[in-house]
Design a protein around this ligand. Structure first.
Ligand SMILES: NC(=O)c1ccc[n+]([C@@H]2O[C@H](COP(=O)([O-])OP(=O)(O)OC[C@H]3O[C@@H](n4cnc5c(N)ncnc54)[C@H](OP(=O)(O)O)[C@@H]3O)[C@@H](O)[C@H]2O)c1
Length: 303
């Protein structure tokens, strides 16, 4: 093991959630290393980048040299729209990729893991993405490495690819398009709060070997989330709901493409509810989590 200050590696640290975690850890004085599988990755801030593709297990040992703690925040490109012909699936990246990374972490002597799972992960979940997350969780739990598993509900923030997409459309259109009836319940949680919780977990003995559901202080429907964001921006738009079945029929032919921009299973993913029970989280990692309007006002401009 290399000597010197302890290293915290963030797999997925170029991403939306992992980037926020890497920045939070760096702001707390940790020596952060971001693992990336891209040829020319862009690091969040001035942290070190190391090459690591979790679908190539042989490459992972070098990336984890000297790493004391590992945060895993992986998602394949354009998740949840799978592209099996390019190896972009929940099974290959979320499940097998995490299994390979955890096995390499064990060999490298990593002492602590925080794994970003998702609300709904279960062995017998009807949706394959939740079974993949469960497989990843089981690899973490069975590794013998001290862990914390976070299962977030729906995460939003300046770099998200969901709420920002709707708000981008609202700039050009008199309405906000929405797949489904907009009644699915979420506990929206601000990405900076998730990052703070992940960093807290690494430093909190009570969070050791815990699996915690993570959500913000409110449970809201998707329509309520969009209406709140429009209000914070000072915009008046109506929400135009497109039926799920119609969107699935329209996107079915796209599955013939090597990298489909959308597919029916991803429609199911985006319209699913993500309720959480945060009682254990509040007990183990107490922290004030920002309500939606307060957090949105930190980065959305009024028109
Ligand atoms: N966003 C949400 O609302 C939400 C809610 C609940 C749970 N989560 C969970 O949070 C995690 C992160 O989500 P996110 O929204 O931050 O996704 P994201 O922005 O797409 O980031 C995912 C990261 O995974 C890395 N990655 C992709 N393929 C890889 C590979 N083969 N090898 C190594 N790294 C690879 C990418 O880094 P490079 O391209 O640089 O390699 C990317 O930075 C996921 O596990 C997700 O399920 C997210």
């Amino acid at each position: 093991m290399a000597s010197g200050p302890k290293v915290v590696a963030v797999a997925g640290g170029t991403g939306f959630v992992g980037g926020a975690i890497a920045r939070e850890l760096a702001s707390r004085g940790e020596r952060v290393v971001v693992l990336s599988h891209r040829k020319r990755p862009v690091a969040p801030g001035s942290v070190e980048i190391r090459a690591a593709d979790v679908t190539r297990p042989d490459d992972l040992a070098a990336a984890l040299a000297g790493v004391d703690s590992l945060v895993i925040s992986l998602a394949f490109p354009n998740s949840p729209v799978e592209a099996p012909r390019r190896g972009r699936t929940f099974e290959l990246v979320d499940a097998a990729g995490t299994e390979a990374l955890v096995a390499a972490a064990k060999r490298a002597g990593v002492r602590r893991i925080v794994y970003l799972s998702g609300a709904g992960a279960a062995a017998d979940a009807p949706k394959h993405w939740f079974r993949a997350k469960w497989r990843a969780e089981e690899a973490v739990r069975g590794s013998g490495i001290t862990y914390t598993i976070l299962r977030p509900s729906w995460i939003y923030g300046p770099g998200d690819r969901s709420l920002n997409r709707f708000l981008g459309m609202a700039r050009r259109l008199p309405f906000v398009p929405q797949i489904g009836n907009g009644r699915q319940l979420m506990a929206p949680v601000f990405v900076d709060d998730v990052a703070a919780l992940a960093a807290d977990a690494l430093a909190t003995p009570a969070a050791e070997n815990a699996t915690l559901e993570v959500g913000g202080p409110e449970t809201l429907t998707m329509d309520e989330i969009i209406r709140t964001a429009l209000r914070v921006q000072g915009r008046r738009r109506f929400i135009l709901h497109a039926p799920v079945i119609l969107m699935k029929l329209m996107t079915a032919p796209l599955t013939l493409l090597p990298v489909p921009p959308m597919r029916p299973s991803a429609i199911d993913f985006v319209v699913q509810a993500a309720p959480v029970d945060t009682a254990a989280l509040s007990a183990v990692l107490p922290r004030r989590l920002r309500p939606l309007d307060e957090a949105l006002a930190t980065y959305l401009k009024r028109k």
